[in-house]
Design a protein around this ligand. Structure first.
Ligand code: INI
Length: 187
């Protein structure tokens, strides 16, 4: 008989928002859309048990300004996750490419720099109809999805940063950091 397959424990974030502190950075550009995305995100947070006084909403002019505000919010240690809400709609020039690309790049840099999960809810659309469809019509509300993602990632971050005390074997000696080995002290 073949041996039983091993079944490793999976680590995942729960979808309950009780006790979580969530920051939301939302841009005013295309506010008709971003207001609806914000409403969707707040709906998801509220229905998952988030407390109103643990949610902070920060307004910025456009999607280009989202990353710096999101990073500052994360660095202030006031939030467990940051939802970044914006809407970029293609125009006649290449401006769209720069705003959308730099917004995405900046948000990713901000989350990698701070370790605080950043949820990318910046719509990048060809036209207004595509944006409306994603802000509560045909394609649902991407803000609501972002709210759930923020909750899951905030809870996951807590789990991954806590000491599991699993009794896992220590790293092999070659990979252990040298502790005052007497050869040059600390690195
Ligand atoms: N900002 C947006 O959030 N969406 C857009 O579609 C957009 N377009 O197309 O220009 C936009 N531009 C403004 C930009 O985000 C900055 O606020 C601006 O360039 C000042 O830095």
């Amino acid at each position: 008989m073949p041996p039983d397959k091993i079944q490793p424990a999976a680590i995942a974030g729960a979808l309950t928002a009780a006790g979580l502190r969530i920051g939301i950075v939302v841009s005013r550009f295309n506010q008709f859309i971003t207001d609806r995305l914000l409403a969707g995100a707040l709906d998801a947070l509220e229905r998952s048990g988030a407390a109103a006084d643990r949610i902070e909403v920060v307004r910025v002019p456009g999607a280009f300004e989202i990353p710096v505000a999101a990073k500052q919010l994360a660095e202030s240690h006031r939030t467990d996750a940051v939802i970044c809400i914006g809407c970029v709609i293609r125009g006649d020039t290449a401006h769209y490419e720069y705003v959308a690309g730099e917004s995405a790049r900046g948000i990713q840099l901000a989350q990698m720099d701070t370790g605080v999960p950043m949820i990318f809810c910046v719509l990048t659309c060809e036209n207004l109809e595509q944006a409306i469809d994603r802000a509560g019509l045909k394609m649902g509300n991407k803000g609501f999805e972002a709210g759930l993602t923020a909750i899951e990632m905030a809870n996951l971050a807590h789990k991954l940063s806590s000491n599991p005390g699993s009794g896992a074997p220590a790293a092999p000696p070659s990979r252990r950091p040298a502790k005052n080995s007497g050869r040059g002290g600390q690195r």
